[in-house]
Write a protein that binds this ligand. Structure first.
Ligand SMILES: NC(=O)c1ccc[n+]([C@@H]2O[C@H](COP(=O)([O-])OP(=O)(O)OC[C@H]3O[C@@H](n4cnc5c(N)ncnc54)[C@H](OP(=O)(O)O)[C@@H]3O)[C@@H](O)[C@H]2O)c1
Length: 325
């Protein structure tokens, strides 16, 4: 049994499977296996490069009668190169085609970062660089107002391609601005959040606007080790308060950290490529952290952001592009 949280008019399972960095060849079986394990929420994105394989996993699960479409919540995200209003619908349609769906439950603006358009034939997904083959490859921002992109997102709802729309990686300033012009209100804010980056004020701002929040990278550093963007010593799973709660409850440290995320009202979307971890990451509803444990874990906050375009765009894509400052 997985609890649900209200997202616009819909109810989204509070635990989903994150799909970033699941290898394409492993993706169909991970998705099918997750659905067989009871996952009814998939967190996908064009940029993850595996949407066709996610679609294959969904197709297998539907074919095998593991789930019906109405019970499955599928989120995807508009990539940065498609922010110009004339590209938003075709980007969404490409995602729908790859996923084998006629409608998304939720479509999010992936970053408040518009990049120069790259057409599907040139490269899909185009990632961050305008031309990776160039002598000095570079990220190329494009001057597109977020309000224009939002208007095109609203048109997707009106066209029946997506049920709910929302944003990722917005700060409170951008949320206030968005609420001033949105005709269809954003139902979801997806942000990095874990015990080292609790983002309490941003959560409060979202709540004021009745936006649900999904915490990405809910396990903190772990996702960023393979990218050399974090050190193993930064793993929150090793923290004494997490270990103590895990010991008291006879659960794993990962379950404690994910439960902390759920218990503070966010959805969590842990990624795993290990079938054995699927059950563990979703078994969060038969135990509870005490108020003291919740506070002690929240007190680990040190504002450590692992996924920061202000760092990685300069290091990897030769473009200084801070968005949270
Ligand atoms: N909107 C955005 O900008 C954005 C950005 C980042 C992520 N996301 C979404 O959020 C999802 C989750 O974030 P994430 O993938 O960055 O990080 P995450 O889910 O917090 O962590 C994934 C890492 O933790 C490991 N792991 C998973 N379960 C574990 C367990 N029970 N015990 C120990 N280690 C465990 C995984 O290894 P194994 O695979 O080996 O299990 C992987 O290295 C993504 O997949 C993506 O869907 C969105």
């Amino acid at each position: 049994m997985v609890a649900k949280i209200q997202v616009g008019k819909g109810a989204m399972p509070a635990v989903g499977l994150g799909l970033w960095k699941i290898a394409r060849e492993e993706t169909p079986e991970m998705v099918r296996g997750a659905i067989a394990e009871g996952y009814c929420h998939l967190d996908s994105a064009s940029d993850y490069g595996n949407e066709a394989e996610v679609g294959e996993g969904i197709r297998l699960a539907l074919q095998q009668g593991l789930v019906d479409r109405d019970s499955l919540w599928v989120t995807s995200k508009l990539w940065n190169t498609y922010h110009r209003p004339e590209h938003v619908r075709s980007a969404c349609e490409r995602t729908l085609k790859d996923l084998g769906l006629s409608e998304l439950d939720l479509y999010l603006i992936h970053f408040p970062i518009a990049l120069e358009y790259v057409d599907f034939e040139t490269r899909y997904p185009p990632e961050w660089l305008v031309d990776p083959e160039a002598e000095t490859p570079k990220m190329q921002p494009d001057a597109v107002p977020l309000a224009d992109t939002w208007g095109a997102m609203e048109a997707l709802v009106e066209a029946g391609l997506v049920k709910e729309i929302g944003v990722c990686n917005y700060n409170a300033g951008l949320l206030h601005d968005l609420m001033a012009y949105a005709n269809i209100k954003p139902a979801m804010l997806q942000i990095e959040s874990h015990p080292y980056l609790t983002q309490e004020r941003l959560l409060r701002a979202a709540a004021q606007y009745e936006m649900a929040v999904t915490a990405f990278s809910p396990l903190g550093a772990l996702s960023y080790l393979e990218l050399n963007m974090a050190e193993i010593g930064e793993s929150v799973l090793k923290q004494a308060v997490v270990q103590a709660a895990a010991g008291r409850l006879d659960r794993t440290p990962a379950q404690v950290v994910l439960r902390w995320g759920i218990q503070r009202g966010t959805a969590v979307i842990p990624k795993t490529s290990q079938p054995a971890r699927l059950k563990e990451n979703k078994a969060l509803f038969d135990f509870e952290l005490t108020d003291e444990e919740m506070s002690a874990i929240s007190a680990l906050n040190c504002h450590r952001r692992f996924n920061d375009p202000g760092h990685f765009c300069e290091e990897a894509f030769d473009c200084f592009y801070p968005i949270y400052d």
